[in-house]
Design a protein around this ligand. Structure first.
Ligand code: ZN
Length: 366
């Protein structure tokens, strides 16, 4: 199968299942199935991070690569007497993207139930209400039930989860759309890189993390356990190449290759990428004719920020896949950017040496 078809099929599998933060199990079982074939060791830790290791030939040195399994979503917080559900957000749900969406609820018994996010009819709203984005507490999920008893009979309880309900479909020109591309596209690039990496010199840890969207939590605990010598996070980044955005704010563009990050976030919450990681990624991309773009963004961050602060500090960087409409149910990416991100991770995994890791980690002066 051509890489393009293979990536599309894998993306459909990974992105269509529900996996909000703390409830990543449906994603995790797919990751285990796919990653198992390509690594020498594989385990799931206390928090649910999946860690696969490809052992290197030097007998030392550890590089950690992460992509997060979780997506934004909702917890059912209340069931009304007349069968409507109220929800609270998991992670950075954008309020204006919620109304009139279809959602997929996973009941505690594993049953998947569809619902829609409703609001009182516009015909009976006050004019000023029609002008504003409704708050989440005004919205409700309608599963077609007419009483709390009916909802409970479906198996749905307070504390169950919901995510946007979207199939992955292709637009044109290698562009695809769906939910949870943040960060299932990164996860896909990570798994593909594990498949393509042969005979690394150092140990490469491929880590599918949990709870990134609620504070980079799985990356923190897995980095502590692994204690890597260098790290890369693979995540989506802001493709703002759309109407209404000044060209000076087009931070990355779809289809122009993975983005090699310089810096993200704001101050304490962001990352300034270690210059040697940045330089190495650039020279590897150039050496292997992998298209790339350089990324400096004013907000958002990735698992790399917290891994960089592990123990005495870890040189860390980020390889990003540009995505439009992040955290909406209609995220858009270019399939070639996923593939080229995987190629870049593969050459990084294969070409990093123990000597390079020693150099990056610091020098003894005296
Ligand atoms: Zn993400």
């Amino acid at each position: 199968m051509e890489w393009r078809d293979e990536i599309y099929v894998l993306l459909k599998r990974l992105a269509e299942v529900p996996g909000p933060s703390g409830r990543e199990d449906s994603v995790r079982s797919i990751v285990i199935e796919l990653l198992e074939k390509y690594v020498d060791k594989l385990w799931v830790d206390t928090w649910g991070n999946v860690i696969g290791v490809k052992c290197g030939s030097s007998g030392g040195g550890k590089v950690m690569m992460t992509a997060h399994m979780d997506e934004i979503g909702f917890f059912i917080s209340h069931i009304e007497d007349d069968g409507f559900l109220r929800v609270i957000p998991i992670g950075g749900v954008v309020e204006r993207s919620i109304l009139y969406q279809r959602v997929l609820i996973r009941a505690r018994n594993g049953r998947l139930i569809r619902g829609v996010v409703g609001l009182k009819p516009p015909h009976i709203a006050k004019p000023e209400e029609l002008q504003k984005v409704p708050e989440l507490r005004e919205l409700f999920v309608d599963v077609g039930a007419s009483s709390r008893e009916e909802v409970e009979k479906l198996g749905v309880r307070v504390g169950d989860i919901a995510v946007f309900d979207r199939e992955v479909v292709e637009l044109t020109n290698m562009k695809v759309t769906g939910k949870a591309f943040d960060d299932r596209v990164g996860l896909l690039a990570l798994i593909k890189a594990a498949e393509m990496t042969h005979d690394p010199k150092i140990d490469v840890y491929f880590v599918a993390t949990v709870q990134e969207e609620v504070g980079l939590k799985g990356a923190k605990t897995s980095a502590f356990a692994i204690s890597p010598d260098a790290a890369l996070a693979i995540d989506v980044t802001i493709a703002s190449d759309v109407p209404g955005v000044a060209k000076s704010e087009w931070y990355t563009r779809l289809g122009k290759g993975p983005a090699i990050k310089v810096a993200d976030g704001r101050g304490a919450s962001g990352l300034i990428v270690h210059p040697k990681i940045f330089d190495t990624l650039i020279s590897l991309a150039e050496k292997h004719n992998i298209p790339y773009q350089v990324e400096v963004i004013p907000g958002g961050t990735t698992d790399a920020s917290i891994i960089a602060l592990n123990k005495e500090g870890v040189p860390a960087g980020t390889v990003s896949i540009p995505a439009r409409y992040i955290h909406s149910p209609v995220e858009v990416v270019d399939l070639s950017d996923i593939y080229n991100a995987a190629r870049l991770l593969k050459v990084f995994a294969e070409e990093v040496t123990l000597e390079w890791l020693r150099e990056v980690k610091g020098i003894v002066i005296k």
